[in-house]
Structure formats: C-alpha cells, structure tokens
Design a protein around this ligand. Structure first.
Ligand SMILES: [Fe+2]
Length: 333
C-alpha cells in the first residue's frame, strides 16, 4: 500500500469515527438552502476548505457543509471553491476532497475552483496544476480550462466567469504573468458594454481591500493580497464598470469587510468553510449564497454546517450589488 493510500485510509477512518461518535454537526434545517426561482443565476461560494491529512476536523466541517447542500431540493448553476482546497497539495487530500464533494456534485450544473497558495506551493508547479485539474475533472460536473496554466473562462447562464490562477508557485502571494493579465484584459473587453456583471474569481484579494491588512491579522503591507501584481490587476478592473472580484484566502468571518465597493469594480471576500474564521463572528462553515435577480446581485451569508443563514445583526449577512449603472452604460453605448 502506498503512503498516499495509507493516509487516505486514516482520513476516512478519522471522519467515520467522528460521525459515528456524533462529533460531527449534521445540519437539520427548517430553512434549507434553496436557489431563487426568479434569479437568472444561482451560485454558492465557499472559501478555503483546506482539507488536511493531519486535521480530521476540517474534513468534518466540510462534510457538515455538504450535508446542508444535500438537504436542499434545488439545483444550483455553480459551486465555486475559492482556493486552498487542500493544506499540503497532497494526492490523498484531493482524493478526500473528491469523496466529500461526490454526494452533492449533482446539485450543481458546474463545479469550479481556483488554485490557492497551499494547493501549489513547495512543490513542482506543473505537477500541482495537473493534480488540481485532475481533482476537478474527477468530480461530476467539475470544470477546468484544460490548459497547462490554470486560468480560463466560461459562460454560465449568459454570465462570464473568469478564473485566475498563479502562474508559478509562491508561498503566499499569487504571481500573475503579463500573458495572463493581457488575456484577462481581452476577456473583460470582449463583454464590455454587455450590460451584465463579469465574475472574476481568484484566491487572494487586492492590496488594501476587504479590510487588508486587518483581515490578515495586520501582517505587513502586501500580505494577504495577490502581492506584486495587485496594482496591475486593479488597473485592469478599473478600465471596466462591471467586474465583481471574488476571493478567499483571508479566513475572515462575515463582517463589514466582506463586501467593498471599489468604485468601478466590487470586491467580495468569502469566509472559509473548513478552517477557523477570524473576526468577531467566528462560526465555522461560513460561505455565501448568490443570486442575480433583475438589476441586483443578492448575497446571503450562510452557516452551512448549521443549516441556517447568518443573522441580520452581522454586517454583510446580506448585501446587494445594484446592476442599474452597468445596464444604463450599456444602453447608452
Ligand atoms: Fe491561502
């Protein structure tokens, strides 16, 4: 038996033990998560599952969150995982993430993910991107770009989804090559004036947005962000009026920092579903349920592992992004 198989077996046994001894929260909900019938797009966002061969509790939290989805009667257009699917980028961790997601994969028409620093760091970039893509390709409705580099785009219900991905391994930041940034500019330009928002997904937020550096525990001027390419990325977004930039990485709870209107673009920082959420509202298994209804993007924070929405006393438990200006600009063009 290989070491990877041995570790996978241990992860499985540890989760089975936690479930059998009733140490895993099984959400029972009077308000199950449902898609919005009048929405033109319904999706669920989860940050940083960070499945670890050394931490059965992370597997248990993601298991609980998945049970909430399993209880739903709806089918959603997309589930987006915002990077750091695994702690160590190990084959057994991806295999276990696949096992956790398998029972709910049919609830989504598309399952997407972006690479996080933990997924690709300290190992061969090429090998890790291949491993990451294999992870998604091994899940029902999992989607990848099929490229050697990770970035790609896809249209979902008429909305452009753009997935960025570091072009080389880095311990914490995300190196985005000139080639990728030029590609991003062309992708955004191709839907300029469409009157619709464009959803851009990446692991790390931009510098000084979403409460940085406070939300990365006040560490340094760039830490917690994309890093060196942050200004260039921000400049590209600034050329358009319809970008909604969605990220993970911070492990910060639903809070006043979760949503930021950056003028020409909007920034959403999604809490972690698998690890500890920092900040005042430190519940596990937080994420967002997004629907686009008419001229609005409606975002609701949910504690998936408890099968309930976040109470309205918490900042940004629900927020709305108006699309009226985007539509108006398109009509005038
Ligand atoms: Fe990260």
């Amino acid at each position: 038996m290989s070491i990877s198989d041995l570790l996978y077996g241990r992860m499985k046994n540890a989760l089975d033990y936690l479930i059998e001894s009733k140490k895993v929260l099984i959400p029972y909900s009077t308000e199950p998560v449902e898609s919005n019938d009048s929405a033109s797009l319904n999706m669920i966002l989860w940050g940083d599952p960070q499945i670890s061969c050394l931490s059965p509790l992370r597997s248990a939290r993601v298991y609980s969150a998945c049970m909430d989805i399993k209880n739903s009667r709806s089918c959603f257009d997309a589930l987006v995982l915002l990077g750091d699917i695994t702690e160590n980028g190990a084959a057994c961790e991806y295999k276990f993430a696949q096992k956790l997601l398998a029972p709910i994969a049919g609830k989504f028409k598309n399952i997407f993910a972006v690479t996080g620093n933990h997924d690709i760091r300290l190992k061969s970039y090429k090998k890790q991107v291949k491993r990451f893509s294999s992870f998604l390709n091994g899940i029902e409705n999992g989607r990848t770009g099929g490229n050697e580099k990770y970035y790609f785009s896809q249209t979902v219900n008429g909305y452009k989804f753009i997935f960025l991905g570091a072009d080389r391994s880095a311990f914490e930041g995300s190196y985005l090559s000139r080639e990728q940034l030029n590609w991003l500019d062309r992708e955004l330009s191709s839907v300029k004036g469409s009157g619709k928002p464009v959803f851009v997904f990446n692991h790390q937020p931009l510098k000084n947005t979403n409460g940085l550096p406070v939300t990365f525990l006040g560490k340094g001027k760039w830490r917690g962000s994309v890093g060196n390419e942050s200004e260039k990325l921000s400049e590209i977004f600034g050329k358009y009026d319809n970008v909604i930039y969605i990220t993970g990485h911070l492990h910060y709870c639903t809070s006043k920092y979760t949503y930021e209107d950056c003028g020409s673009f909007k920034a959403i920082s999604v809490p972690t579903v698998g690890v500890i959420n920092h900040g005042d509202f430190s519940k596990f298994t937080q994420g967002y349920v997004i629907s686009v209804v008419g001229d609005e993007v409606i975002a609701r924070s949910r504690i998936f592992g408890e099968g309930k929405y976040t109470g309205e006393e918490i900042d940004n438990s629900e927020f709305r992004i108006s699309l009226k200006n985007i539509r108006k600009t398109a009509e005038m063009a």
